[in-house]
Design a protein around this ligand. Structure first.
Ligand SMILES: Cc1cc2nc3c(=O)[nH]c(=O)nc-3n(C[C@H](O)[C@H](O)[C@H](O)COP(=O)(O)OP(=O)(O)OC[C@H]3O[C@@H](n4cnc5c(N)ncnc54)[C@H](O)[C@@H]3O)c2cc1C
Length: 324
C-alpha cells in the first residue's frame, strides 16, 4: 500500500531552467518525488543569462501575468531574508512614455510602488515609477535552487527527450518546462526566440536599477536598462524577434552603452567585461495548461523569473486535479 502511494506521487519534469527548477521545488514541498530530465544543466540555459530583475516584460496574458508576478514577488521577498539565495530587494526606477502604459503596476504590493518625482527621472524623460523589487542574481540563485532540490531528494537526469509520448506512457504526470525547446518537443509553432544582448561591466558604486518601459530604434527592438549585481553591472539590451545569432555584435554593444548613458551619467565610465546573448522563449501567451497527463509550463518570454513561483503554484494545482 505504501509503495503504491509512493508510485502515485512520482512526477517527471522536463527542463532545468528557472521554470523547471521552481516547479520542481514547489512539487517537492507538496510531497511529490520529482525527477528532472534535461538536455542542459542550469548553467547552460537561457535562465543563466538573465540578470535578473523582477519585471513582467514580454509575458502574457496580462491579467494572469500580473497574478503570477505578484505571487512570485511575495515569494522572492521571503527568500531575500536569506542572502545566500542570491535574492535581495532593490530600488528600481521604470521610465514610461504615457500614463496608462504601466499595466504591470497591479502586480506590485501597494506599499512598494509610487510615482517618481521629476528629479528621479533622467531628462529628457518625464514620467516613471519608483518601486522596490526582487533582484535575483542568477549565478547565486540557480545553484541555490539546484541545491535545495537535490537535498530534498530530487534527481536530475542529463538527457534530451526526443519522444514525449514515450515518456507519457510510463509516467503518471510529466511537466513540460522546456522553454524554446518546446517548439521541437511538442511541435509548438507559436514559440519564437526574442534575442537579447547584454553587457556585463564592473560593479559601479552608486548606480541603481533603472529601465525604460518602451523600445528605441526604428524596428522597436532596442531596450535600455541597468541592473547592478554583486559580480557585475548588467547593461541592456535588445529584443530581436526570430533572430538566432548567438555571437554578440560590437555595434549592438555600442548602442547599448549609448542608451544606458541616457539613464545614468555613470555609464560612460563603465568598464565592460563582456557581452552576452540569450534567446528568450517568446510566445503570444505563456502556455500553462494540462493536456491529459502532460502539463505545459513554458513560453515565459522576458519574465521567466518574474512569474516563476506563480506559474509553479498553478502547475501544482493542475497536478493535484490530475492525481485526485
Ligand atoms: C538577456 C536576457 C535578459 C533577461 N532578463 C530577465 C529579467 O531581468 N527578469 C526575468 O524575469 N526574466 C529575464 N529574462 C527571461 C528569462 O531568462 C526566461 O524567461 C527564462 O529563463 C525562461 O526559463 P525556462 O526555464 O522556461 O527556459 P530555459 O532557461 O531555456 O530552460 C529550458 C530547459 O529545458 C531544457 N530542454 C529543452 N528542450 C529539451 C528536451 N527536448 N529534452 C530535455 N530538456 C530540454 C533545456 O536544456 C533547459 O534546461 C531574460 C532573458 C534574456 C535572454
Amino acid at each position: 500500500m505504501a509503495e503504491l502511494y509512493h508510485m502515485n506521487r512520482a512526477v517527471t519534469i522536463i527542463g532545468c531552467g528557472v521554470s523547471g527548477l521552481t516547479t520542481a521545488l514547489v512539487l517537492q514541498q507538496e510531497g511529490w518525488k520529482v525527477t528532472i530530465f534535461t538536455d542542459q544543466l542550469p548553467e547552460n540555459t537561457t535562465s543563466a543569462i538573465a540578470a535578473a530583475i523582477w519585471f513582467p516584460y514580454e509575458v502574457r496574458p496580462q491579467e494572469k501575468a500580473n497574478k503570477w508576478s505578484k505571487e512570485s514577488y511575495l515569494h522572492y521577498e521571503t527568500l531575500s531574508q536569506n542572502p545566500s539565495t542570491g535574492v535581495s530587494m532593490t530600488p528600481l526606477t521604470v521610465i514610461i512614455r504615457e500614463e496608462g502604459d504601466a499595466w504591470w503596476t497591479k502586480a506590485l504590493p501597494a506599499n512598494s510602488i509610487r510615482k517618481a518625482t521629476s528629479e528621479e527621472i533622467p531628462a529628457p524623460f518625464e514620467l516613471g515609477y519608483r518601486m522596490q523589487v526582487p533582484l535575483i542574481e542568477t549565478p547565486l540563485y540557480l545553484p541555490y535552487l539546484l541545491q535545495v532540490f537535490q537535498q530534498g531528494g530530487g534527481l536530475i537526469v542529463n538527457k534530451k527527450i526526443d519522444d514525449i509520448n514515450g515518456l507519457l506512457i510510463n509516467e503518471l504526470a510529466v511537466i513540460n518546462c522546456t522553454g524554446l525547446g518546446a517548439a521541437d518537443l511538442v511541435g509548438d509553432d507559436s514559440l519564437y526566440p526574442i534575442l537579447g544582448q547584454i553587457l556585463k561591466a564592473d560593479p559601479m558604486d552608486g548606480i541603481e536599477a533603472m529601465s525604460a518601459d518602451f523600445t528605441f530604434g526604428a524596428a522597436g527592438e532596442e531596450l535600455a536598462y541597468i541592473i547592478p549585481r554583486r559580480d557585475c553591472t548588467v547593461l541592456g539590451g535588445t529584443a530581436r524577434k526570430d533572430k538566432y545569432e548567438l555571437t554578440p555584435q560590437e555595434s549592438v554593444s555600442e548602442g547599448i552603452l549609448e542608451r544606458c548613458s541616457m539613464l545614468s551619467p555613470l555609464v560612460p565610465h563603465a568598464r565592460v567585461q563582456t557581452a552576452v546573448v540569450g534567446l528568450r522563449p517568446g510566445r503570444p501567451e505563456i502556455r500553462l495548461e494540462r493536456e491529459g497527463n502532460l502539463i505545459h509550463n513554458y513560453g515565459h518570454g522576458g519574465g521567466g523569473y518574474t512569474v516563476a513561483w506563480g506559474c509553479a503554484y498553478e502547475v501544482r494545482d493542475l497536478l493535484n486535479d490530475l492525481s485526485r
